[in-house]
Design a protein around this ligand. Sequence first.
Ligand SMILES: CC[C@H](C(=O)O)C(=O)SCCNC(=O)CCNC(=O)[C@H](O)C(C)(C)COP(=O)(O)OP(=O)(O)OC[C@H]1O[C@@H](n2cnc3c(N)ncnc32)[C@H](O)[C@@H]1OP(=O)(O)O
Length: 253
Amino acid sequence: MLEFLIEKKDKGYILFTITRNEKRNAINYEVMEGLQKAINETAGAPDVKALVITGEGERAFCSGGDLSVFHSLSTKDEAYTMLSKMADILYSLTTLSKPTVALVNGTAIGGGCELASACDFRLGRQGIKAGFVQGKQAITTGWGGGSILAEKLPQHAAMKLLMEAEPQTVEYLFDLDFFHGIYEEESLSACEAFLDKTLACDVNVLESYKKIWINKWAAVNLRERMEEEVKKCAVLWESDAHHQYVKTFLNKN
Ligand SMILES: CC[C@H](C(=O)O)C(=O)SCCNC(=O)CCNC(=O)[C@H](O)C(C)(C)COP(=O)(O)OP(=O)(O)OC[C@H]1O[C@@H](n2cnc3c(N)ncnc32)[C@H](O)[C@@H]1OP(=O)(O)O
């Protein structure tokens, strides 16, 4: 069974859905491949004006890296290989030539918040929570999401979310400008209402405007800063405290 769905919508955008609700839409290597495929398809299709990313079901948007897979990564070198692979994908998402939306339909935890941060816009469903919880697991954001967040939010807001490492309400995160909209209705209707005017714009105009930020992020060496973040997380990954968190989580039931 496929772990993701890529759908080309009539309104002119691609919808990428992580279809692993039973694992709260955790990201494994197959989901990583699917995400890159959706990014490439969006970039390459002249009739596609945006990419929307969401999770299957009502419980979770994305619970970050799949710990039942990544728990076997013991050393910093083993961790680096996975972390840098996803950092490449998140950089290509961040710098995708067209607008992107994280449609946060449920809980977003850890790397799930990094995935959302890599999108241009974030919509959160009423009642959900999201948190960069890595700090509570003796690691940092490991996919470059901290450096991306530092580009999207004011320093005090980004630092607070990363250093407190707590799941927060959608209202709290809206006030910090992490979310750009809160919705109660069905997710896709909310997303299409948010994107309506943008999708009415010529794709060449959208790409020209997005290039302003792509150039900015290149000028501030975002990719190099993400690489440094990945390397630091890989070192922390080796700690007993981190391995103990993962072990406890996987043995909880
Ligand atoms: C890899 C590095 C990356 C980075 O930052 O670079 C990271 O993302 S590190 C952070 C990794 N993610 C987590 O620590 C989140 C772990 N999950 C949870 O905290 C909860 O599951 C939560 C809050 C997302 C949802 O809680 P809820 O009560 O709704 O569900 P359960 O906890 O009962 O989980 C249901 C089912 O899904 C499995 N599950 C959930 N998250 C993950 C995950 N990240 N990896 C693997 N499996 C996950 C969980 O084990 C349960 O499975 P079951 O077989 O039913 O017991």
